[in-house]
Design a protein around this ligand. Structure first.
Ligand code: HGY
Ligand code: MN
Ligand code: MN
Length: 447
């Protein structure tokens, strides 16, 4: 029975007053819900806010952001907090070999595929408090609310914190979920190193999250992730949530330009083989590329490394990364070709050479209509305004959707700001999102 039917049959509480579960007076402790009665869950706002503040204090920066790179001590501390919260819920916790933390809340029928809920707790170097964290805490609050109401859903519910969603310290992004669906090889992932040469597998061991559970995709009935929009649309349109149709395709490249060191003084300009001047030319052209490709195409050069990095030496090696995205995979393919053409042209001008490596590629994804409908039906039954939206940011749901029916919805980001300590979502929007999420999970899990 889809939520739509249940909404028609059930009692719908006007959103103006707090809605509360309509439960039978069954005294067995686990209250069962009479057939045909719709149960509208209301999360515990105080507890939700308290958790948000507790988690935000772990790895917090002076500007109210988060510095919680994957597998650092800060990530360990927030993982420990998450595990402690799961333990007090009495759910069955598992940690897999890439450090994904799962926990399972039993359903009436243990043999049918669970609903998977969650997001990520790692952050960008100077990121915001909502990216990823809000999704994990919304999922945690959903389990807590189901517990409060003594609701035993038909399906089991699994909650997850994915390892290294951001891909900032260890490239590539959405790593834990990619290993989970066997898109990225576990041993390759464990051998990834950060700029200081720390190996991912060793860091998992160091922080105590090198799980022993095999990384293998268990059957999932539906995955639902709540995330901040990380863009300006919902705020501009005044809608409370964005039901995500799909996510951009993304490709990450690493370019290395080779020139020749020489003295900054006596070396005439026309004899130089300047790797920095080459990179500068190429980067400014790469930045102009998207306008010539499509309305949604974007390109970003986020990392730059220079050798020998000395003020009076012409650089001989310059390395930079390129992040290319569009909802149209052909546009991304075109952007890759044109990026390489710009690098070749710049090398020809400066007498330098280059290497270009593809670090990561993920095609665009379109989410499950069934999950999208469950979100939209729930928003309608709660009288919450919503619109369809596409995500330029990558998410773990992209990977899960390649193996199981997945979906996402967004809550607004003030000024669209994100990957920035100023990232902010009004608390009322967080609570609205959490109520929609809890009820959509209840609808998907059935009772
Ligand atoms: O790269 C992304 O879009 C995400 O923040 N990992
Ligand atoms: Mn995120
Ligand atoms: Mn992010």
């Amino acid at each position: 029975m889809s939520l739509g039917e249940v909404v028609l049959m059930g009692i719908i509480h006007p959103v103006s007053r707090p809605f509360y579960p309509v439960l039978s007076n069954d005294t067995t402790g686990v209250k069962s819900v009479p057939r045909g009665e719709i149960v509208m869950l209301t999360i515990d706002e105080e507890r939700f806010q308290e958790s948000f503040e507790t988690y935000s204090a772990i790895g917090s920066t002076n500007n109210n952001g988060l510095h919680r790179l994957a597998l650092t001590d800060e990530d360990k501390h927030v993982r420990d907090q998450f595990v402690a919260d799961l333990e007090s819920l009495g759910v069955d916790i598992r940690i897999d070999q890439i450090g994904n933390i799962f926990a399972r809340r039993d359903g009436q029928n243990q043999d049918i595929a669970p609903i998977l809920i969650g997001s990520h707790l790692d952050s960008q170097p100077y990121g915001g408090r909502y990216d990823g964290q809000l999704g994990v805490l919304t999922a945690l609050e959903t389990l807590r609310t189901l517990e409060d109401e003594g609701i035993e859903t038909k399906r089991p519910i699994e909650i997850v914190n994915w390892t290294n969603e951001e891909g900032s310290r260890f490239q590539h992004a959405m790593l834990g979920s990619a290993v989970f669906i066997e898109k990225t090889d576990l041993s390759e992932a464990l051998d990834l190193t950060d700029v200081e040469g720390n190996r991912l597998g060793d860091e998992l061991t160091r922080i105590g999250y090198a799980g022993t559970d095999a990384v293998e995709p268990f059957d999932i009935h539906a995955y639902l992730e709540l995330h901040i929009e990380q863009g300006p649309i919902l705020e501009e349109h005044g809608n409370a949530i964005g039901v995500v149709d799909g996510v951009f395709g993304i490709t990450w490249l690493r370019a290395t330009i080779h020139g020749e060191t020489d003295h900054a003084g006596p070396t005439p300009m026309h004899t130089r083989r300047d790797a920095m001047a080459t990179a500068a030319d190429a980067i400014s052209e790469i930045n102009r590329l998207p306008n010539r490709l499509s309305a949604d195409a974007v390109s970003t050069v986020g990392e730059l490394r220079v050798e020998p990095d000395s003020i009076n030496v012409i650089p001989d090696v310059v390395e930079f990364t390129v992040d290319l995205r569009s909802y149209d995979d052909d546009v991304v393919a075109e952007a890759i070709e044109r990026t390489e053409a710009e690098i070749v042209a710049a090398c020809n001008r400066h007498g330098t050479t280059y290497e270009l490596e593809e670090i990561w590629k993920t095609r665009h994804t379109e989410f499950s209509p069934r999950v999208r409908d469950a979100i939209a039906d729930t928003a309608e039954s709660l009288d919450v305004t919503y619109e369809s939206i596409v995500s330029g940011a990558g998410h773990d749901a992209t990977n899960v959707n390649q193996a199981f029916p997945a979906g996402m919805f967004f809550v607004p980001s003030v000024d669209g700001k994100t990957h920035n300590e100023a990232e902010y979502t009004a608390w009322g929007d967080c609570v609205t999102g959490a109520n929609v999420y809890a009820n959509a999970i209840l609808a998907l899990a059935g009772r």
